[in-house]
Design a protein around this ligand. Structure first.
Ligand code: ZN
Ligand code: ZN
Length: 340
């Protein structure tokens, strides 16, 4: 099984937090948080369609300007999700620049901002051509299960977590899909057509390998019956849908613990903050951040396949391996009692 998405941290675990997810079969990138983006090329940034901001502390939002600089003057729409007050935060950023020359650009950027609140979604639009004045504010119901994007190729869910201010955790689910190898189709002398969609459906329905599929031949009226099993090995690639969890800047308490475990349950990769070491639980509670052991515990309780800790405190520059070891020990080990 292959996967169609590639998630990677933008910076070193001691740098600003942020996750970049590349879609390998389409020109699309998703960004989780907008910290320091200097490691990302303009070409990659221009593929960004959706941005998911956990909260607007400066290490998670300073990169907004870079994103704006890269997209300004282009006819495209960027959608930014964030917690309560994100519309005002974006408005404040945009108000920091002078936009009297926007009419000179032939293409106009649109920024759609979606504020995730307990009570529902608040949406607002900023258009370059209107000098980024906030318009079209509207409220929509918030799905109970936290679904905020449902695209043909992926969906994203969120949970509102506690970090003195509301902070969003996210789960990205890539949808399973099937890719037809065009070169193989050519060499089989098969004629493309609606039968390829039926073939995909047969695979998704897990029909028997012996099922015969009528394959129309190029330049002829006739078709050839080929077993599904043979077409599966010769012609198609099946991409399993990966699930990616992303949780930063949150405190370890029962409410958050339940929400995080539900959100990232069975994720293939769980990116989880771990600013503090295992013996700093009191400090973590006070600052509303997780320790390495708490990150490992959440990963184990959620049954994720792989844990990647990051957002390490710069006070512990010499303890890189300790963060990983403590998180891994809790991830693989026995349940630990947690102080509240
Ligand atoms: Zn942070
Ligand atoms: Zn924070």
């Amino acid at each position: 099984m292959k996967t169609g998405i590639q998630p990677a941290l933008i910076n070193d675990p001691f740098g600003d937090p942020g996750l970049l997810v590349q879609f390998l079969l389409e020109k699309r990138v998703l960004l989780f948080d907008l910290g320091d983006l200097s490691a990302v090329s303009n070409g990659t940034l221009l593929k960004v369609s959706h941005v998911f901001v956990s909260h607007t502390h400066i290490d998670h939002f300073i990169g907004f300007d870079r994103l704006l600089r890269t997209f300004f003057g282009r006819e495209t729409t960027l959608t930014i999700f964030g917690p309560e007050n994100i519309i005002q935060n974006v408005a404040g950023k945009l108000a920091g620049f002078t936009w009297n020359l926007v009419e000179l650009y032939s293409e106009s950027l649109t920024i759609e901002v979606v504020e995730v609140r307990q009570s529902g979604l608040l949406k607002g639009t900023f258009r370059a051509i209107d000098r980024f004045k906030l318009c079209n504010e509207r409220q929509e119901p918030f799905e109970n299960d936290g679904l905020i994007v449902d695209d043909p190729t992926f969906s994203v869910r969120t949970a509102i977590l506690e970090h003195r201010v509301p902070c969003l955790g996210f789960a990205l689910q890539e949808k399973p899909h099937i890719n037809i190898n065009k070169d193989k189709l050519q060499s089989m002398k098969a004629e493309p057509g609606p039968w390829l969609n039926e073939l995909k459906q047969s695979v998704l329905r897990s029909e028997a390998d012996s099922t015969l599929i009528a394959v129309p031949l190029r330049g002829s009226e006739s078709s050839q019956d080929i077993p599904l099993g043979q077409l599966k090995s010769d012609l198609i690639e099946v991409f399993a849908g990966q699930k990616i969890g992303y949780v930063v800047d949150t405190v370890f308490n029962d409410r958050n613990r339940k929400k995080i475990v539900k959100l990232v349950e069975s994720a293939d990769v769980f990116f989880c903050e771990s600013p503090f070491l295992a013996d700093e639980e009191a400090r973590g509670q006070e600052r509303c951040h997780l320790t390495s052991r708490q990150a490992g515990t959440l990963a184990r309780e959620a049954g994720v396949k792989q844990l990647q800790v990051f957002h390490f405190s710069s006070r512990h520059k010499d303890c890189r391996e300790q963060f990983y070891n403590e998180a891994l020990e809790a991830f693989q080990g026995q349940p630990v009692s947690i102080e509240k």
